[in-house]
Design a protein around this ligand. Structure first.
Ligand code: ADP
Ligand code: ZN
Length: 364
């Protein structure tokens, strides 16, 4: 097991990464001064696979455990489910120091995290991410939230966990599309901040996509380290942290125009290459670096080219990008690359240039 320390003004915590960690979480909590009750919040899929391991470890360490289940799926990040969980927490007689463990992917992490942040004005939260995306990205940094209507994460809070435990063994049961979502974000973090991690991924991607434990451990650990480092500098996303949106402006537009047929990881992969090409066009990035990024994304089994959109869809895509919340003075706010490992925020991207670079024409 390896550790990354996260040091924030609101307190410090550790991210622990390794294999067969679920059964050890109970002991770690005991060592950290917790005792009495513990609540696991999980979804129906993850409960079936991993709740018992976590629960047994907690019981052995002397905890009385309550397991609360929500159905699986993004649509479950709702106020109704939060309400149900508040109710169940009251029933479980949760004391102020009862830890809440969020066992699952980003949906469980966001929902349980939000409930932990708000119940009794905040109870201790332990993130136990079981998707690659959650391990490398969403479980770190303290963003919690639920969706409302069409708006994702519109109700939420910054709330840091007391501990994050990423057991890479749990990734073996993850559906392929979920895995590739995580690979896309890992590549993103490398591209944004760490040439070393990028080089590691370049050499080890074949091992990683076969889920070789050593390669996975290193990838998750180093990606977590990058995210933690950025969050330490900008806990509440007032500036620097926005570079983690690299690839996401075009990515979100691709997701939207494809009616979410293109999955988040695939869309971000396409968006990362698009942003690299725009960076090159702006005179920031060398051609060879665009090529290297393209190659690593392909090695992860992710797409690098735009889907075959119709003319209408292309126009819609450019509209979506322009109507992104980041438009200032008719320039689109973009995260660009100066080199692999060095992303910068730019307010200088002219919307016309995006169409030229993506599709070879200027929108009228
Ligand atoms: P994300 O982290 O991508 O936001 P979700 O929380 O939406 O992911 O989880 C994606 C799906 O994968 C859900 O159906 C969830 O139940 C399932 N899932 C989560 N972790 C695992 C796992 N380790 N093995 C198999 N399925 C999992
Ligand atoms: Zn993302």
């Amino acid at each position: 097991m390896k550790k990354v320390k996260v040091e924030l003004s609101s307190g410090n915590y550790e991210i622990r990464v390794g294999s067969d960690l679920l059964s050890r979480v109970g002991l770690w909590l005991k060592e950290n001064g917790f005792s009495g009750k513990a609540v696991i919040i999980t979804d129906s899929n993850v409960k079936r696979l991993y709740a018992t391991l976590l629960e047994q470890g907690l019981s052995h360490a002397g905890f009385t455990v309550t397991v609360l289940e929500v159905p699986a799926g993004e649509e479950q990040k709702s106020l109704e489910n939060a309400g149900r969980l508040y109710h169940d927490l009251t029933e479980a007689y949760t004391e102020r120091m009862t830890p809440v463990l969020a066992l699952g992917g980003g949906v469980v992490g966001d929902l349980a995290g939000f409930v932990a942040a708000t119940y009794m004005r905040g109870v201790p939260l332990i993130q136990v991410p079981t998707t690659l995306l959650a391990q490398v990205d969403s479980s770190i940094g303290g963003k919690t939230g639920i969706d409302h209507g069409q708006m994702k994460n519109i109700i939420g809070a910054f709330y840091q966990p007391a501990l994050v435990v990423a057991d890479v063994e749990t990734l073996k049961t993850l559906p392929e599309v979920e895995l590739s979502n995580g690979f896309a974000e890992a590549i993103k973090s490398a591209v944004v901040r760490s040439r070393d991690l990028f080089n590691f991924l370049d050499v080890n991607m074949a091992k990683a996509i076969q889920l070789q434990p050593a390669a996975m451990e290193n990838m998750v650990l180093e990606t977590a380290r990058i995210k933690a480092g950025i969050v330490e500098k900008d806990e509440k996303e007032t500036g620097l942290r926005a570079i983690l949106n690299y690839g996401h402006t075009v990515g979100h537009a691709v997701e939207t125009v494809s009616n979410f047929q293109v999955k988040h990881g695939q869309a971000v992969a396409i968006g990362m290459v698009a942003a690299a090409k725009i960076s090159k066009r702006m005179g920031l990035l060398q051609d060879y670096e665009v090529y290297r990024l393209d190659e690593v994304i392909k090695k992860a089994g992710l797409p690098t080219k735009m889907p075959d959109f119709t003319r209408e869809e292309k126009e819609k895509l450019l509209e979506v990008i322009k109507h992104d919340k980041k438009v200032l003075n008719n320039k689109v706010r973009f995260v660009l690359l100066k080199s692999i490992g060095n992303a910068v925020l730019s307010d200088e991207v002219e919307p016309g240039l995006i169409g030229e670079e993506l599709f070879g024409w200027r929108a009228p």
